[in-house]
Design a binder for this molecule. Structure first.
Ligand SMILES: Nc1nc(=O)c2c([nH]1)NC[C@@H]1CN(c3ccc(C(=O)N[C@@H](CCC(=O)O)C(=O)O)cc3)C=[N+]21
Length: 286
């Protein structure tokens, strides 16, 4: 049987509509829209595209955008002083430093300099620690979006066998924790995992963030599983594909998310969600 599709694009649209109402409520109460500062260093064309789509989504959701574009030659000290300025600016409730940063800049130092109270990406160690503890404030956007996508299927997470492929600090690790807090039995797989296909075949929830085009094939998937594809890989012909071989896996899974139109749009929606939540917290509305 063919899998049902988890339509991240439609789900993101729904989220944005809800946020537009909440932004309007923040504006009515405080006289200020929720504000997101986007900071982009250098001229990587993909990064410029991503930031543009984030800004477009903000506009539609009634979020104020403070746009900084800096040349690739920007020093780390200059970037840190811009961040300090945004940390102190009352119009700003969320700060996004687009990754990757140029090589001469230490990303860790930069991300740690973003105020934990404005960390809309959820990358600051304080927020990561709060997540580990089980009392998160800002949650990283991609894993947060993945959880919403699972929830949208109506398949419960509690008690399920979840397998996360990938252990990055921005997706795999936080996603595993979010699943654990929802009472899944969680396995994290990585490049040293032995007999990875056998582990994947046990998964009722298979969450794939391994960064390799079409890595997961039907033989690695349990019949009826929920499969969420976090990958964005550009093939030589320019086509964007995920980490899951959609054509074969969609014949076996119960639910599957496509790429494009899956996790990507939800990641952006969760950035807006974090920004609006932050504005509400700062306005004493939650
Ligand atoms: N500080 C920071 N935060 C991020 O969240 C962040 C980042 N840096 N650096 C780069 C990655 C990548 N990322 C994506 C967001 C949306 C899509 C997305 O919406 N993609 C579309 C279209 C893809 C296409 O066709 O090119 C889709 O999947 O439907 C993809 C990738 C956020 N990132």
């Amino acid at each position: 049987m063919a899998a049902r599709i988890i339509d991240g694009k439609a789900l993101a649209q729904q989220v944005r509509e809800g946020l537009a109402k909440e932004s309007a409520a923040v504006l009515a109460k405080t006289g200020m829209k929720p504000g997101l500062a986007t900071i982009l260093v250098g001229d990587d064309p993909a990064s410029h595209l991503y930031v543009k789509s984030k800004q477009k989504a903000c506009d539609a959701a009634g979020i104020y955008i403070d746009d900084s574009k800096l040349p690739a030659s920007t020093t780390q000290a200059d970037l840190l002083s811009l961040i300090a300025q945004k940390n102190a600016d009352p119009k700003i409730h969320g700060i996004l430093v687009q990754l990757p940063l140029p090589k001469h800049i230490d990303s860790k130092v930069v991300l740690d300099a973003v105020s934990a109270q404005k960390d809309a990406d959820g990358f600051h160690p304080y927020n990561f620690g709060r997540l580990v503890e089980g009392s998160p404030i800002f949650e990283a956007c991609t894993p947060k979006g993945v959880i919403k996508m699972i929830e949208s299927t109506g398949v419960s997470i509690e008690g399920k066998r979840a397998v996360v492929l990938g252990r990055s600090n921005i997706v795999g690790k936080p996603l595993a924790l979010m699943l654990l807090h929802r009472n899944a039995t969680v396995t994290i797989c990585h490049s040293k995992t032995k007999d990875l296909p056998a582990v994947c075949r046990e998964a009722e929830l298979l969450l794939v963030a391994i960064g390799k085009a079409k890595f997961v094939t039907a033989d690695m998937v349990r019949e009826g599983a929920v499969v969420i594809d976090v990958g964005t890989n550009r093939l030589p012909d320019g086509k964007v594909v995920g980490d899951v071989d959609f054509d074969s896996v969609s014949q076996k899974a119960g639910w599957i998310s496509p790429v494009p139109g899956g996790v990507g749009p939800m990641t952006i929606a969760m950035l807006l969600d974090n920004t609006v939540e932050s504005a509400k917290r700062m306005a004493g509305m939650k």
